[in-house]
Ligand binder design. Structure first.
Ligand SMILES: Nc1ncnc2c1ncn2[C@@H]1O[C@H](COP(=O)(O)OP(=O)(O)OP(=O)(O)O)[C@@H](O)[C@H]1O
Ligand SMILES: [Mg+2]
Length: 366
C-alpha cells in the first residue's frame, strides 16, 4: 500500500497543499507547531476514519472555515484509487467518485501509526494496553468487536444490578444468570487476546532484539485475572466453566464493591524488558523502543493478513533513540512506505533515500 499524492485544503493550519509522496521514505521536518503531525493525521483519517489524536471533526477544520477537504490518491499492488474526504458538519467520503460510508476498515486504504501518545502503552495503566489489544484484534478478527461489545454490555448490566443489591438484596439470585453469559463471552475474548499477545510477542520481541543489537529482550504476555497462568488456547466449555467458578468465588467481593472485580475488563498485557516490568523500571528510551516495537509488530501482523504492507506513519518516533536504534527502524521498514516527522533531521535520517519535505506554517518546501 502506498500514498501517491495527498491534497489538503482548509485542514487545521493547512490552507492548501499537495504532497507528492516518495514510494518509500518521506521525511517531514520543521520547527514545532508547523503542521507536520497535521499532515500525518490527514493521511490517517483515510484508514480508520478517525483522528489518531482523538480529535473531533470540527477541531480539524481550519479556524474560521466551514469545511476541510482532503484527497488521497493511493495504490496497492492491483490498482490506484482516489479517495476524497470532506469534513463539514458531517463527514462525507467518496472513493473513485462514489459516495460511501467511511467506517472502520471500509476504505481499503490501510496505515499503521506510531504517535507520542502510544508511549502510554508502556508507561500508563492496563486500560491503555487492553484498548490497544482490542483495536488490533478487531482489525484482524471480524467477530471480535461484537463479542467485546456484548461483554461490555453484560458487565454494565451486572454492575447496575450489583448496585441495586444494596437496596434490594433479593435480586442476588439473578447474578449467576448474568455470570453464565459473561463467562462465555469472557472466555472467547481471553482466547483471542492470549493468541494475539503470543503472536505479538514473537514479532515485537524479534524487533526489539534487532533494535538493541541482541543486548536486551522484550517479553509480552497476557495476564488474566480469571485464569492465572493456565490460559485457554481456544474456546472450550470447561474453560467457560472455570471462568464461571472464578466469578462465583468473587461474588462476595463484587457485592461489597458494587462492581465486577474479575474478568477480561481487568486483565493486562505484561511488558517486560530483561525480565523486569518496563512500566516501573524501563528508561525513557527503553519504554519508547518497546512501544515502537509493539506498534511495528502490530503492523507486521496486519501485513500478514492483508498480504500488503500498510503505510507507516511515524510521528516524532526518533527523539530519545540513539542512532543504532534509529538505523534499525529505518532498515526494518524498507519494504513499507513511511512518513516520518521530526524537528531536526538526524544523522540516520540524512542517510535515507527518499523525499524530504520542510513544513513551515502549514506549507511545504522540498
Ligand atoms: N483547526 C485548526 N485550524 C487552524 N490551525 C490549527 C487547527 N488545529 C491546530 N492548528 C494549528 O496547527 C499547529 C500544530 O500543528 P502540528 O501539530 O502539526 O505541529 P507539528 O509541526 O507536528 O509540531 P511539533 O513538532 O510540535 O509536533 C498549531 O500551531 C495549531 O495552532
Ligand atoms: Mg507534531
Amino acid at each position: 500500500m502506498r500514498v501517491e499524492t495527498l491534497t489538503a485544503e482548509g485542514f487545521r493550519n493547512i490552507e492548501k497543499i499537495t504532497l507528492s509522496a516518495d514510494p518509500q521514505m518521506n521525511i517531514l521536518y520543521g520547527k514545532n507547531a508547523q503542521g507536520k503531525t497535521n499532515l500525518l493525521e490527514a493521511i490517517g483519517l483515510f484508514s480508520s476514519g478517525k483522528s489518531f489524536r482523538g480529535a473531533k471533526d470540527s477541531e480539524m477544520i481550519g479556524f474560521g472555515r466551514e469545511w476541510a477537504k482532503l484527497t488521497l490518491s493511493f495504490a496497492d499492488s492491483r490498482r490506484t484509487q482516489q479517495a476524497e474526504l470532506i469534513l463539514s458538519g458531517e463527514k462525507s467520503y467518496r472513493k473513485n467518485g462514489v459516495k460511501m460510508p467511511l467506517q472502520e476498515k471500509t476504505s481499503e486504504f490501510c496505515c499503521a501509526v506510531f504517535a507520542p501518545r502510544h508511549l502510554s502503552l508502556i508507561a500508563d495503566g492496563p486500560q491503555e494496553r487492553r484498548s490497544f489489544l482490542d483495536t488490533a484484534i478487531s482489525a484482524l478478527q471480524p467477530g471480535y468487536a461484537s463479542y467485546l461489545s456484548q461483554y461490555e454490555r453484560l458487565i454494565r448490566q451486572k454492575n447496575a444490578l450489583l448496585k441495586e443489591l444494596f437496596k434490594n438484596p433479593r435480586l442476588a439470585d439473578t447474578i449467576p444468570l448474568w455470570d453464565r453469559q459473561i463467562a462465555k463471552a469472557g472466555t472467547v475474548l481471553t482466547c483471542y487476546r492470549n493468541d494475539y499477545v503470543k503472536k505479538l510477542n514473537q514479532t515485537a520481541g524479534a524487533l526489539y532484539r534487532g533494535m538493541t543489537g541482541k543486548k536486551e529482550t522484550l517479553c509480552l504476555s497476557y495476564r488474566s485475572t480469571v485464569f492465572g497462568d493456565i490460559l485457554p488456547e481456544e474456546y472450550r466449555t470447561e474453560a467457560a466453566e472455570a471462568y464461571l467458578e472464578a466469578l462465583a468465588d468473587f461474588a462476595e467481593e463484587d457485592r461489597k464493591n458494587g462492581v465486577t472485580m474479575l474478568g477480561v475488563h481487568r486483565d493486562d498485557m505484561v511488558v517486560e524488558i530483561d525480565g523486569m516490568p518496563a512500566r516501573l523500571y524501563g528508561s525513557q528510551g527503553q519504554k519508547r523502543s518497546a512501544a515502537i516495537c509493539c506498534k511495528l509488530g502490530e503492523a507486521l501482523l496486519l501485513q500478514k493478513i492483508l498480504k500488503e504492507p500498510p503505510v507507516m506513519l511515524l510521528d516524532d518516533v526518533m527523539s530519545e533513540l540513539d542512532e543504532e536504534r534509529q538505523a534499525y527502524i529505518c532498515n526494518r521498514l524498507r519494504q513499507m512506505q513511511v512518513f516520518i516527522t521530526c524537528c531536526d533531521i538526524s544523522h540516520t535520517l540524512q542517510l535515507q533515500n527518499g523525499r524530504v519535505f520542510r513544513v513551515e506554517k502549514g506549507r511545504l518546501a522540498e
